[in-house]
Design a protein around this ligand. Structure first.
Ligand code: UDP
Ligand code: MG
Length: 342
């Protein structure tokens, strides 16, 4: 019998999204495996290769031969951290599912405590809350503090402070996530939004074990905008307030020029005209841009394109059975499926 038990289920699935994580895989497995073997329940480690361009997939394929609980799902192309997590939730067969970063910033040892908390306190979600972020850069800490403050405002106070994507959820939550038709979801907001009974487990955020972060400023801004736009139409109201402000400024300018005309002053002021048209033009462009952001989300939702495509799943690969895995073709024989999120 394989690690998945008679009915194709395991007690615990650990989902690890990976994008170009070749340098950390060995370190991760060395710490993760003793923890999971020590818990003493059936488990699978579901590595989602998010279209890596380095040797991540090859290293994972090699790992399949020596760790029968390891499973590899390869996405056709880089689809982003959140989409890789969605792929993990869709494929996971555990009664509980933990999501953890590959880079050992989240300590694997906390998984045992999360599972214990979920069982003892009968909760569906255990959030990993970062108690100490001194290993993160000043910039990362400041921007992320601002992000969580903003998120609690737009998505509600049930969003835990400083909880990223290291968390445990029960099968009930996984099924709720998998039923969500939402496009571009941000799991750290949608999961609290459900309102399942939850607990928090604090941990110290460690330094990345190797390699470099895949969250440059552009991706952070994108995540922040996706998060706000998924929960609030408030940015659209910027247009209304900018319009009101424009009206007030226009009336003041009108009063000023009429007074000048009545007093017989010549009005040379092309500078002020240029300045006001410039400001108003800029406000209009900002508002159009905001509308565009929401229209593009409606457009993707209507298109209903999958947010990821699976190119290979070692669970569907007959060549990947323990003992027969070497030489099994990468990206062959795997069922191709994706998930429409729109
Ligand atoms: N990741 C991913 N797809 C991406 C970017 C990142 O699957 O397009 C994974 C990455 O391999 C890691 C996790 O998401 O396991 C978090 O990424 P990272 O550590 O780079 O982010 P940071 O911790 O710097 O915010
Ligand atoms: Mg990281």
């Amino acid at each position: 019998m394989g690690p998945r038990g008679a009915e194709g289920r395991v007690e615990l699935t650990v989902v690890v999204p990976m994008y170009n994580e070749e340098p950390v895989i060995g370190l991760l497995f060395d710490r993760l495996r003793p923890v999971l073997d020590g818990i003493g329940c059936s488990y699978e480690v579901l590595c989602v290769d998010d279209g890596s361009t380095d040797r991540t997939a090859a290293v994972l394929m090699a790992g399949l031969t020596s760790w029968r609980e390891l499973r590899l799902v390869r996405l056709m192309r880089n689809s982003g951290h959140q989409a890789a997590l969605t792929a993990g939730f869709d494929s996971a067969c555990g009664a509980y599912v933990v999501t953890i970063d590959a880079d050992l910033q989240d300590p694997p040892e906390a998984i045992a405590a999360m599972l214990r908390t979920a069982r003892d306190r009968q909760v569906d979600v255990v959030y990993g809350v970062r108690a100490d972020r001194s290993t993160d850069t000043w910039f990362k800490r400041t921007t992320s503090a601002a992000y969580y403050r903003l998120m609690r405002q737009v998505a509600g106070a049930q969003v835990p402070h400083n909880a990223g994507d290291f968390r445990l959820v029960s099968r009930r939550v996984v099924e709720a996530i998998n039923r969500l038709p939402e496009h571009g979801r941000v799991h750290r907001l949608t999961i609290p939004w459900f309102g399942f009974p939850s607990a928090e487990l604090t941990y110290v955020r460690e330094r990345r074990a190797a390699g470099a972060s895949h969250y440059p400023l552009v991706k952070m801004v994108r995540l922040a905008f996706d998060s706000v736009a998924a929960f609030s139409a408030a940015p659209l109201r910027v247009a209304t307030w900018a319009g009101v402000l424009g009206c007030v400024l226009g009336l003041v300018a009108l009063g000023w020029s009429v007074t000048g005309w009545l007093l017989g002053h010549a009005v040379p002021g092309w500078t002020s005209i240029l300045a006001t048209t410039g400001v108003i033009g800029a406000i209009q462009l900002v508002c159009l841009g905001l509308l565009g952001e929401y229209v593009s989300r409606i457009f993707s939702a209507v298109q209903s394109r999958p947010s990821y495509m699976v190119g290979y799943d070692s669970a569907d690969d007959p060549h990947a059975l323990p003992g027969q895995r070497p030489g099994s073709p990468v990206l062959a024989g795997g069922q191709q499926h994706g998930r429409a999120e729109g």
